[in-house]
Each structure stands twice: as C-alpha cells, then as structure tokens.
Design a binder for this molecule. Structure first.
Ligand code: ADP
Ligand code: MG
Length: 608
C-alpha cells in the first residue's frame, strides 16, 4: 500500500466544498443565509453567467471585524454555536461553519465588510483557499461578498453543471424562496445586469407572493393561522384554492423556523388535505411557515441543510393536515353549500346504483361466474381513474387482451363490413353497443374519441401541419423557470398549436391553442404542459412528445357519461375504424371489447 498522507488544509477544504457547493446556487444559498443571520434588512444578489463568472451578495447587516475575517474562512469556524448542544437550539440558518471555507476553496473571493462600530471597513481577498490580502477599505455598513470564477480550479465539477441559463433560473428560484419566507427583508436580484426581482421588505407576505407569482395566484389564496399550544406548534401563511393546483410540487413552499426545506411528512400532510378537492397527481400552491421549538427538529441532517427530521412526525403531520383541511372546508361551507349537497346526493345515488348493479350481476351470473366477477370488480377498482367503468363486460377474456384475434376472424374494419355494423345504442351514456355478424362490440366513447384525436394530432405533428385556434387573448404571469421552459420548447408548443408571445416583464399572452382545445380551460391546459416540461428537466424525449399529444387528446375527447347523438356516434365509430390500430387508446386502455353470440348464449345456458 502506498504511504499514507495527511492532506493539507486547501485539499481538505476543496474536498469538503464538493458537498456544500455542488453548483452556483449553493453558494448563493449559503451567502444569503449568512446575510439573513447577520440581521440584514436589505440584501442584493447579483449574478452573471449563471453565477459562474460572478456572484455578488451585498447586505446591510452586522458586518465583520477585520481580525475576525480570516477566522471566518477557516473550516468549522462559526459565531453561531459554540458546542454540539447548541445545535439543538440553533436559531440561525447557518451553524456548520463550512460555507466560507468551502466557497473560498473553489473560487476567487473578495470580501468588503464594515461593522457599525468601526470607522473604516475591511477588504479581504482569498483565492483557491489561499489568502491574498487583508486591509482597510472605505465601504458602507454591512458585508459584500464577490465570488468570481467559481470552480476555476475544479474543472470536473464545472463540466457537470447545466447551462448558465438553467443555473441562473435555479438561483432565481432560491431568491424567490428567501423573499417569500422573509417578507421583512428587502430583496433585490439582478441577473446579467437585468433586475429580476425587487421586494419592499414591508413584512407583508402577500405582497411578496404577488411579486413572485403574479395576480392569478394572489387572487386565490386562503389564509392559514393555526396553532397547537399544547404541542408548541404554529402554522402561518397562505394556501391556494384547489382551482390553482399544478402538475408538480414546485409551488409547494414551506419553511420550518424560517428555513426552506423539503420534507416528505409535510408534503404528505398537505397533499392529503387537498386530496378530496383535486384529481390525480395535482399539487397545490402554498407558502407556509411552521414554527416549532428548535429542540424538536434536527436541522443537521444534510450538509446543504435542505432536510430536517422531526422527533414526533405524526403530530406535525396531523397538525398541518388539520390546519389546511379546515381552511379548505371552511371555504367550501361558505360558498358552496348547495353545490356540495347536490354533489353528495349524486354520489349517494351513484353508490346505490352501483350496489344494485353488483346485485344484478351477481344474481344473473350465478355460481360459475362468481370468480370472474370478483376479478372484474378488482379491475374496476384499479380502473376507477379511467372513468368508472362497468364490470359487466370487463370480465370477458377480451378485457386483458382486447384481442386483435377477434377482429382478425371477423373483419370488423373493412369498408365492406362497416356498412353492416348495426349501432344498437348507447349504454350508461358512455359505451356504444355495436352488433356485427355474430358478435357484440362495446366501444368506449371517450377512449375511442381520444384515439381518433391522437392519431390526427400525431399525423399533423409528423407532417408539420399546424392546427391552431385563435382565442380571446389570455395573459399569464410566469415564473422564471416556467419562462425558461416556454423558451426551450417554443418550437414544440408552436407546432402543436399554442401561440404564445412575451407580453412584457413576467407576463405572456396566449393567443392561440391547439385546435380541439378551445372551450376547455385553456390556461390550465397550458400550465400543465409547462409543468410537464419542468418535471422532465432537460431531457425532452420523443416519448414525451407522444405523451403530450396523448394528454391533449384525452382533454379534447368527449367524456364518458355524456349523451351522443346516433350520428355523432356513427361518425366517431367510422373514424375509429379507419385507424391502423383502433383497439387501444394512447394510454393503452382498450377502446373496443367484444363478446360473441356464442359466449352470450352460453351465459344464458342456451348452449352448454
Ligand atoms: P456559519 O454560517 O455556519 O456560521 P459560514 O462559513 O457560513 O458558517 O460563516 C462563518 C462566519 O462568518 C459566520 O458564523 C459569521 O460570523 C461570519 N459571517 C459570514 N457571513 C457574514 C455576513 N454576511 N455578515 C456578517 N458575518 C458573516
Ligand atoms: Mg453560513
């Protein structure tokens, strides 16, 4: 084995920097935390080239004495705690004493600082962990950090970074979170000489939410003020109406004692409270601050301090759930009394009907089919999302295999055969019964329509045809990440029919939407797309284009539980039959199932 070396200070710091500073945003986060801990009431952040060439953080906080400055850049040097027990009660955002040493190890850092007591300020320069100079300098009260050429001595790290634009957007997101969690501090963010965010620091959180998220969201907020004195818990802030839910968790902001974190217990509590009001994978908007005795939360779980651990997570979970649940309920009670009762009645009626159906099915199918019936009920439960399908036909073997075999031996699709289809009628306002020779076909109108639209869209997309429909212009306020997604995918958006233009500031105007979508909530559909892009990050694969087309088709398609006229149905079935593969919707569900006359006769025991 080679000889064992003791690493020098610079090497140790550089290694440690890998954990604390994995991207420019982490530098910004650490330095802004320091500025907040220094009791600043105004903080300016400026970056250039995604933070790589320059990060400047200026605050008006307590400043640092000249002789303290070199110390602050040592590893594990901090003024915030003095012993391990202090971590238990730490009230500041920082406490690990690692940020300055880490940042200085992988960048060229210049610091200007002045305390209220000193006459002149100090200037300190440290590059790659090596001290260059310390002297006096005239400067205003507070501290300025200039971090230049980040990762200049760590080329491998630099290679793994995303584009400057992405890093800049990420930093913008960090500043937004700081601004909404600290409305009493005036934040200003400048990117490539452009001012991106300015908050007043007047202490009004709603104002900051307005500045960051715009008019729409601000108009849809419910105030939360909830307390559990016994457990020493308080929750404050705003939560969004269920009408402004989004497709990912980017809009779920919460802070624990002023610290922005991610936490599954909190996610779960919030999402559970919204579950009765939103469908599928939708996530609410919220800005919530949890106040809790510092002793009961472990903040020292992660070097970047992005995670915490609670000692009694169930209590916290239920507390947050109750707070949001009651805010949502209260809102429902005031505005929607009638609607709600009507809804409940409908639900009850449906339940009664389902019970009744189960009974009928059970009785008529007697013994031999019991097993199958049970299976079909399972299928139904699993498929609830797909629109409450009826178990009756699903049990037939054609469910699992919407067997193309069936179609092969009865050429349902040939133009010749189509003339002889007999449409019997609509079942449960959702399925069409078609008789053809000695078979009965059931066609799911939603799945069928979805498939027809999907194929049309796919063809148009491949042939670069564009079907857009002009709408009354819609103005949207987009966050920076969202703007970036719009820019990045503008060709795709335009190709599928969205017409979108920059309107000034953070506002965008939509003038056209994909042809079949008008009449739907166009804004929602558009935002869903953007959220999808954000979830996918940088990779936008061909499958994701297909998924997007499928999602438009699903929205544009006629829903179940809707009456269609015979002519409409005929048209729909005709277009479906023209497709190369009419058997499955783009999500893979069957569009057609069948049952032969033979099977039916067996079920009635006409044939044994
Ligand atoms: P930590 O924040 O965990 O204490 P850091 O390495 O981030 O560790 O900072 C080291 C010390 O430098 C801090 O404890 C604080 O005393 C001082 N410091 C850093 N930034 C500032 C600032 N903006 N204003 C005043 N003091 C600061
Ligand atoms: Mg710190």
């Amino acid at each position: 084995m080679p000889a064992i070396n003791l690493l020098d200070k610079e090497t140790i710091n550089k290694i440690a920097a890998g954990e604390v500073v994995e991207r420019p945003g982490a530098v910004v986060k650490e330095l802004v935390e320091n500025a907040i801990d220094a009791n600043s009431s105004a903080i300016t952040v400026e970056i250039k080239d995604g933070g790589l060439s320059l990060i400047r953080i200026t605050d008006n906080g307590c400043g640092m004495e000249k002789e303290e400055i070199p110390k602050a850049f040592l590893r594990h040097s901090t003024s915030k705690i003095s012993s391990a027990e202090d971590i238990l009660t730490v009230g500041t955002l920082g406490f690990r004493g690692e940020a300055l040493s880490s940042v200085a190890a992988i960048a060229q850092v210049e610091l200007l600082s002045c305390t209220p007591r000193s006459i002149s300020g100090s200037r300190y320069v440290i590059e790659g962990g090596v001290e260059k100079s310390l002297g006096d300098a005239g400067c205003p009260r507070g501290t300025t950090f200039l971090v230049r050429n980040l990762f200049y001595n760590a080329p491998v790290r630099k290679k793994f970074l995303k584009s400057n634009m992405t890093e800049g957007t990420y930093i913008n997101g960090i500043i937004e979170k700081f601004a909404i969690s600290h409305p009493g501090i005036a934040f200003s963010f400048i990117m490539n000489n452009q001012r991106k965010l300015v908050t007043s620091g007047n202490g009004n959180q709603r104002d900051v939410i307005y500045q960051v998220y715009g008019r729409d969201i601000t108009a849809n907020l419910l105030k939360i003020e909830w307390e559990d004195k016994e457990n020493g818990l308080a929750l404050r802030g705003y939560t969004g109406n269920p009408s402004i839910v989004r497709g990912n968790r980017n809009y779920m902001n919460y802070f624990v004692n002023g610290r922005y974190i991610k936490n599954n217990v909190i996610n779960h509590a919030i999402e559970q409270a919204y579950a009765p009001y939103v469908m599928g994978r939708k996530y609410p908007f919220c800005v919530l601050e949890l106040l809790i005795d510092a002793k009961r939360v472990d903040v020292n779980v992660h070097p970047a301090k992005m995670e915490v651990r609670f000692d009694e997570s169930e209590i916290i979970h239920d507390f947050i759930y109750d707070a949001i649940n009651s805010a949502l309920k209260e809102k429902e009670l005031i505005r929607n009394v009638n609607l709600n009762t009507a809804k409940e009645e409908l639900k009850e009626k449906k339940e009664r009907e389902t019970e009744h159906k189960k009974e009928v099915v059970n009785r008529s199918f007697a013994e031999p089919f019991e097993e199958q019936y049970k299976k079909s009920i399972n299928v139904k439960e699993k498929k609830e999302e797909a629109g409450g399908s009826i178990p009756l036909m699903r049990e037939s073997h054609t469910y699992s295999e919407p067997s193309q075999m069936d179609f092969l031996d009865s050429p349902l699709l040939s133009p010749e055969a189509r003339k002889r289809h007999k449409i019997i009628g609509q079942l449960f306002e959702t399925y069409w019964i078609v008789e053809y020779e000695d078979k009965m076909f059931l066609i799911d109108q939603h799945a069928a329509h979805e498939k027809v639209i999907y194929e049309k869209k796919l063809k148009a997309y491949r042939e670069r045809e564009r079907f857009s429909q002009v709408i009354t212009p819609l103005i949207l306020t987009l966050g920076m990440q969202e703007q970036e997604a719009v820019l990045r995918h503008k060709d795709f958006l335009s190709q599928i029919g969205f017409e979108i233009e920059h309107f000034g500031g953070d506002e965008y105007v939509i003038r056209g939407v994909p042809a079949d979508l008008s009449g739907l909530n166009e804004k929602e559909v558009f935002l869903e797309f953007i959220d999808g892009f954000l979830d996918e990050g940088n990779k936008f694969e061909p499958e994701s284009i297909l998924a997007k087309l499928a999602s438009i088709s699903c929205k544009a398609a006629v829903k179940g539980n809707r009456k269609l006229s015979l002519i409409e149905a005929q048209e729909l079935i005709d277009s479906l039959m023209e497709l190369e593969n009419p058997y499955n919707c783009p999500h893979g569900r069957p569009t057609i199932i069948s049952m032969s006359k033979y099977e039916i006769e067996r079920k009635f025991k006409r044939i044994i």
